[in-house]
Design a binder for this molecule. Structure first.
Ligand SMILES: [Zn+2]
Ligand SMILES: [Zn+2]
Length: 350
């Protein structure tokens, strides 16, 4: 029987103080690179056949017309939903019936983890988001009569998938705290969860400089696009609803990433099948016992030597520690080095 482990957990000290001055620096970093290649990436768009929205069991749908919108159609470029086309080397996207499937290992091209001050001792390990364990979202998103708010639900699993294949979780951790303000996130807005699975908790606004303003930086798992800090035509973003979205000029609902809460889609406005998480979605299986919060630690370095060897460095009271790990298809081998140079090894089968 499969043990349905919560993919991530955000226990952190109760007396944790929010580092407000630090926080401003982090915000600046998050938006760095936001000024993008506007206009450079304009290209002809193909459109999917609109088809018929599926009517399978859902918790936020009912019969009757939607009060705020109609069915949308995901816009394609290069044969895939626009945005993903920029990451074709690492993210494989294909149509499967009424869904788009997104395959990859969930690892971004940027470094990770640096700057985290509330750390669970988890590290980013490539994940098998392939085959039946791929991400998916509707090709023809439909506004639901009753949206699901991320303030009160969706604390398990992802709520969106970034154009670079990194999953995006609720901006609130499962204690209801803002993960970003709690110091749990790196400069890219991400961290590694309990399954050593890297994910963001805010909008990956840095992707704006890669995909351009006309393309989404992510898609919510209800299928609606998430744009950056500009409208697709480059204009200033208009008023957003509590879910960080609105109807676009094309009459189709979309979300925006922002530098303040809710940062990313503040829930799911579109029809999805959801309990306490969107179902189905990839399962992340922990390869080792969950780490504990390491008080006083700050992650100060991360490097990868190829796709199979990684080194993370952290400091506790000015002493530097290193976690080196080698990933293969069947195992992950860790070498922990303490400030005196002493090493300890742990190997886990996958
Ligand atoms: Zn998380
Ligand atoms: Zn908009």
């Amino acid at each position: 029987m499969h043990d349905h482990e919560h993919p991530h957990d955000h226990e952190h000290p109760h007396d944790h103080e929010h580092p407000h001055d630090h926080e401003i620096d982090r915000r600046a970093l998050l938006t760095a690179g936001a000024v993008g290649l506007g206009g450079v990436l304009l290209a002809a768009c193909a459109r999917l056949d609109p088809g018929t929205p599926t009517t399978a069991t859902r918790t936020n749908s009912s019969t009757g017309s939607s009060p705020t919108g109609s069915a949308g159609t995901v816009t394609l470029r290069g044969g895939v939903p626009e945005g993903f086309d920029r990451f074709a080397d690492t993210v494989h996207v294909f149509a499967d019936g009424r869904y788009w499937m997104v395959e990859g290992d969930g690892m971004p091209a940027h470094d990770m983890m640096v700057g985290i001050t509330s750390w669970q001792q988890q590290v980013p390990v490539p994940q098998p988001y392939t085959g039946t364990n791929a991400w998916r979202f509707p090709a023809n998103p439909v506004v639901a009569p009753t949206p699901i708010s991320a303030r009160t639900g969706l604390f398990r699993g992802a709520i969106a998938i970034a154009a670079n294949g990194v999953p995006i979780f609720n901006a609130l951790n499962n204690r209801g705290d803002d993960a970003y303000l709690a110091g749990e996130l790196d400069q890219w807005g991400g961290h590694a969860g309990r399954a050593d699975d890297y994910h963001y908790h805010v909008a990956p606004l840095h992707l704006q400089s890669v995909v351009g303003p006309s393309s989404p930086i992510a898609y919510a798992l209800d299928g609606f696009a998430i744009y950056g800090e500009r409208e697709p035509d480059g204009s200033t973003v208009g008023a957003l609803d509590e879910y960080n979205g609105h109807l676009g000029a094309d009459g189709v609902y979309h979300y925006h990433g922002t530098t303040t809460y809710p940062y990313i889609n503040g829930g799911l406005v579109g029809v999805v099948s959801a309990s306490d998480q969107v179902d189905p979605q990839p399962v992340t299986t922990p390869l080792r016992p969950a780490g504990a919060p390491l008080r006083g630690a700050t992650i100060i370095g991360f490097e990868s030597a190829g796709s199979d060897l990684y080194r993370l460095r952290y400091a506790v009271r000015d002493q530097t520690y290193q976690v080196e790990y080698r990933v293969s298809a069947t195992s992950v081998a860790f070498v922990f080095t303490d400030p005196s140079g002493r090493t300890a090894t742990e190997t886990y089968e996958r």
